[in-house]
Design a protein around this ligand. Sequence first.
Ligand code: ATP
Length: 130
Amino acid sequence: MVKGSFRKSFGYALAGLAYALRTQPNMRFHLLAALVVVVAALWLRIEGRDFLLVLLAITLVMMAEMFNTALERVVDLCTGRYHPLAKIAKDVAAGAVLLAALNSLIVGLVVFYPYLLVFIRLLQSLGGDD
Ligand SMILES: Nc1ncnc2c1ncn2[C@@H]1O[C@H](COP(=O)(O)OP(=O)(O)OP(=O)(O)O)[C@@H](O)[C@H]1O
């Protein structure tokens, strides 16, 4: 009984994730970017704590995007018309996504900065060989 309801809840959660990925281009972009970053992090063998920070930043962005989508749907359910409160609710939710995205950008720059520096120096040394 408990097992069955857990399975159902898990199914609903997966359906929500699938809906967000199917209908939100931003969510697909976040997923693609996350895959690229995780592969780069594994390839560069970044430190465990840095890897956790990267995973946390990715999760925050995706969660914010999903809450934003959920809120948009609820607002649309409540009012099909223009309403200043609907605008505030949607704009605030969009602002949360922006904050999470900025955080992930900062985390990415801090964690990958040493590798970016090596890469830039490598490009410079290749460019200066003429
Ligand atoms: N009912 C409404 N009343 C007032 N302003 C709204 C309303 N619906 C949307 N807006 C304004 O339009 C912006 C975009 O809303 P919209 O729901 O189209 O979001 P979206 O990011 O394009 O999402 P999606 O494409 O997933 O529906 C909101 O941030 C808000 O400023």
